[in-house]
Design a protein around this ligand. Structure first.
Ligand SMILES: [Cu+2]
Length: 157
């Protein structure tokens, strides 16, 4: 009986949709609101954003991101050179210092989904896994959100 109640509470939480600020936990790490601004239907790439908070006393490292929605998933950062040209750089290891948070956002760190296997539709939740050196694997769900200002043109990237 208790299990049944728990299960229906979970379902209720899930169907309330992506409007709630969702989060995930693994070890000392909290993963805040992983989301992907809805890309155009023809897009072959998409950027994902989230916030990683390390509540522990030792630094951790994000060493991989896995996802079944794309052929390849990597952590990137965006750097703008002296001429004002922005380019993306692959970040194979991202340190999350003890007691600090790292925020992924447009123009900075992002998760790059390359070779999307099917269109991502607003309101969907898609699975992914963040792999950390210390905390291990943390399964998350990215919500496909309505793009905020300036996020809609991400596809060129
Ligand atoms: Cu990128």
């Amino acid at each position: 009986m208790k299990m049944k109640l728990l299960a229906s509470a979970l379902v209720a939480a899930m169907i309330s949709g992506p409007v709630f600020a969702h989060g995930f936990k693994g070890g000392d790490l909290e993963i805040g609101h992983p989301y992907i601004p809805t890309p155009p239907a023809v897009a072959k790439t998409a950027g994902g954003y989230l916030k990683i908070t390390n509540t522990g006393t030792e630094a951790d490292k994000l060493i991989a991101v896995e996802s079944t929605i794309a052929d390849k998933t990597e952590v990137h950062t965006t750097e703008t050179d002296a001429e004002g040209v922005a380019r993306m750089i692959h970040v194979p290891e991202l340190v999350v210092p003890a007691g600090e948070a790292v925020t992924f956002e447009r123009g900075g760190y992002h998760i790059m989904f390359m070779g999307l296997k099917s269109p991502l539709n607003e309101g969907d939740l898609v699975p992914g896994t963040l792999v950390f050196e210390r905390a291990g694997r943390i399964d998350v769900e990215f919500s496909i959100d309505a793009p905020k200002d300036g996020e809609a043109d991400h596809s060129g990237h």
